[in-house]
Write a protein that binds this ligand. Structure first.
Ligand code: SAM
Length: 440
């Protein structure tokens, strides 16, 4: 998308905002053209600054800088650097990552439900009412839930985050969406000069956090070591070089110890683990209650990560059953192998799901899949169909790719038996879902 040219002539527009759109925007029109406005609410009249919009573009993007007529659902944003209205006063864009913070939590869930319903209608041809469930009863205003946080470092060595769809870095300190263990590290007090990115994982079970320092070009081991010394114990500290895929321990361990439902998991480096502190439990319970794995069954856990669902599936099918657990990332798959080594009914396979299913001979009784944001795609859906399972439990973090894949299942004669949507990313536009599909 080319950078805005129009804003220099006409920086601000007065817009009447209508429906929510997938991706954290709201729809408005200006002289017939669609404008995707952030930090607004349906029914509001706002002044918005165009952030992307060439004169010949089909649509523009804009950030709200002033509310002229407010929605009753508008609230004070809980995080200053992400508050678009405050940021506009300083001439800065807001940081990304809390783009629904100006919306009352109940209304965030209503909007997410409407967005999910629209994706189902448009991409799967399914008319269905959706309600979005809170992650847990103690939602604490949608704060303090992120057990993972990634930060940039600005040119002065300060902890920072990116503005939405931008290289612009904005210094940050306390991140209210993160669990207290992340903020207690007070990373914003450090001179992070030799570092380009910092990634933090702080398990919900209270075990030691892990801080990953991604070095800036030319960073010396001595300066990286000096940063590690200033990070409070008992956090582990490691250097992660994504180019070389190399993880070097500076202090403590190179992994965190997660737990869920009586199972223990190690997750190394930047390996995948569900972000919301309650997500592992919420999703595992949804998967088990929906798929109902039985002793002796042949089950697959696809896009399995470190084995969050594999372990309880294996416990349910027992020694007379089998679980094929497929994960693409070599590091995370090594974790899965360690995490599940005591369960002989589990076969851990590292590789892309589409290739592993192509090679795999034999049928399946039930499948759980939890693909990344892009979804599974038509080929994987067809491969699964041909394996003969009676049920598929589909965990999804993107309603659009899920709805597209659901359409493929429906074309093959499957039925959507149950659908649950969870608010596992409060104060952002993201959501997580679990769908139970049954063969007709
Ligand atoms: C959303 S995560 C789910 C992990 C796990 N189910 C959990 O809840 O912890 C998706 C996982 O799929 C892996 N992945 C992405 N594309 C893949 C592919 N084509 N084949 C296999 N694994 C893939 C990623 O490395 C990531 O671990």
């Amino acid at each position: 998308m080319p950078q805005a040219t129009e804003p220099t002539r006409n920086p601000d527009l007065e817009l009447t905002v209508s429906a929510p759109a997938h991706g954290g925007h709201f729809i408005a029109r200006h002289e017939g053209r669609v404008v995707f406005v952030r930090h607004a609410l349906p029914g509001e009249r706002v002044r918005a600054r165009v952030t992307e919009g060439t004169p010949d573009a089909g649509f523009w993007r804009a950030d709200t800088v002033e509310v002229l007529e407010a929605s009753p659902h508008r609230v004070q944003h809980p995080w200053r650097p992400a508050d678009a209205l405050l940021a506009a006063q300083t001439g800065q864009p807001p940081v990304g990552g809390a783009e629904f913070g100006h919306i009352a939590l109940d209304e965030q869930r209503s909007l997410k439900a409407a967005i999910f319903e629209e994706q189902l209608r448009r991409l799967a041809g399914v008319e269905r009412r959706v309600s979005v469930e809170p992650a847990d009863a103690n939602d604490d205003g949608g704060l303090g839930w992120r057990t993972r946080a990634a930060f940039a470092v600005d040119s002065s060595g300060r902890l920072a985050m990116n503005a939405h769809r931008s290289d612009q870095l904005i210094p940050v300190d306390v991140m209210p969406l993160a669990v207290p263990a992340i903020n207690e590290l007070r990373l914003w007090e450090l001179d992070l000069g030799p570092v380009s990115r910092v990634e933090v994982a702080a398990p919900a079970n209270g075990s030691a956090p892990l801080v990953l320092l991604v070095p800036a070009p030319g960073a010396s081991p001595r300066r990286l070591g000096a940063i590690a010394e200033r990070i409070p114990s008992p956090a582990s500290v490691a250097v992660w070089d994504p180019e070389q895929q190399q993880l070097t321990r500076l202090r403590g361990r190179t992994w965190v110890a997660e737990s869920c439902g009586g199972h223990e998991y190690r997750v190394t480096g930047e390996g995948f683990w569900q972000i919301h502190r309650a997500a592992p439990q919420v999703l595992t319970q949804a998967v088990l209650a929906g798929v109902k794995p039985q002793p002796g069954q042949r089950v697959a856990d696809l896009y399995a990560g470190a084995g969050l669902f594999t372990a309880p599936l294996a416990a349910a099918v027992g020694n007379s059953g089998t679980v094929l657990s497929v994960e693409g990332s070599p590091g995370t798959s090594r974790d899965a192998r360690k995490n599940l080594h005591g369960m002989p009914q589990v076969e851990i396979v590292q590789g892309k799901v589409e290739r592993v299913l192509h090679r795999h001979h034999g049928g399946l009784d039930a499948v759980v899949l939890d693909p990344p944001r892009a979804g599974a795609g038509r080929k994987v859906v067809e491969q699964l169909h041909n394996k003969g399972p009676g049920v598929v439990g589909y965990v999804a973090c993107d309603p659009a790719s899920f709805a597209r894949d659901l359409g493929y299942f429906l074309e093959l004669g499957w039925q959507l038996q149950d659908l649950r949507v969870f608010d596992l990313y409060p104060n952002t536009h993201h959501m997580e879902s679990f769908a139970l599909l049954v063969r007709a």
